[in-house]
Write a protein that binds this ligand. Structure first.
Ligand code: ZN
Length: 172
């Protein structure tokens, strides 16, 4: 997390009265998701997180709302990702911050709970890491919404520009 310039939108930077003011004006919280993983020789390991943070911070600056602390650990070494790792990265150390799906989804549900408890009515989740795990997150969000009266909206960044741009993700 780097300090913001101009309007403060990061939950971690807001004072209590600033938080309440922003939340009252717009009860939306954004959760940027990403991880560190190999993105070739010209991209930083944290590309996925950096993209998600930028989208969330810009949205909050333009439309209101508060950006929650980023989640820089994500699903990778399982399912289709595992095959991608084997084919694209091979035996080399991938230097990544992958966590198991069960841990990720459990933590995700508790993040949603924290946002509902903090008084937000809409939760916008933007994942800079994609390829299918956004579907798992949506399933978890659907279950959460059956029990808690909040709106949870989950998208990966390529889904935001579907039909306009193919995306930058390695191998996809
Ligand atoms: Zn990724």
């Amino acid at each position: 997390m780097k300090p913001s310039t101009g309007t403060k939108v990061l939950w971690a930077e807001l004072l209590p009265h600033e938080f309440k003011q922003r939340q009252e004006a717009c009860p939306v919280v954004y959760l940027p998701l990403g991880l560190c993983e190999p993105h070739g020789q010209v991209s930083a390991f944290g590309l996925d997180t950096i993209k998600a943070e930028w989208l969330c911070e810009e949205a909050a600056r333009r439309e209101g709302g508060i950006v929650a602390p980023s989640m820089g650990y994500h699903i990778h070494e399982a399912g289709y990702h595992a095959r991608w790792l084997e084919e694209e990265v091979g035996e080399e150390n991938p230097h990544m911050t992958g966590i198991p799906p069960a841990v990720m989804l459990h933590l995700f549900l508790y993040q949603l709970r924290a946002f509902a408890n903090a008084g937000f009515s809409t939760i916008v989740v933007v994942s800079g890491h994609s390829g299918g795990n956004q579907l798992d997150l949506r399933l978890a969000a659907e279950q959460f919404m059956k029990r808690v009266p909040v709106q949870v909206w989950v998208r990966s960044d390529p889904e935001l520009v579907e039909g306009l741009y193919e995306g930058d993700h390695a191998g996809s």
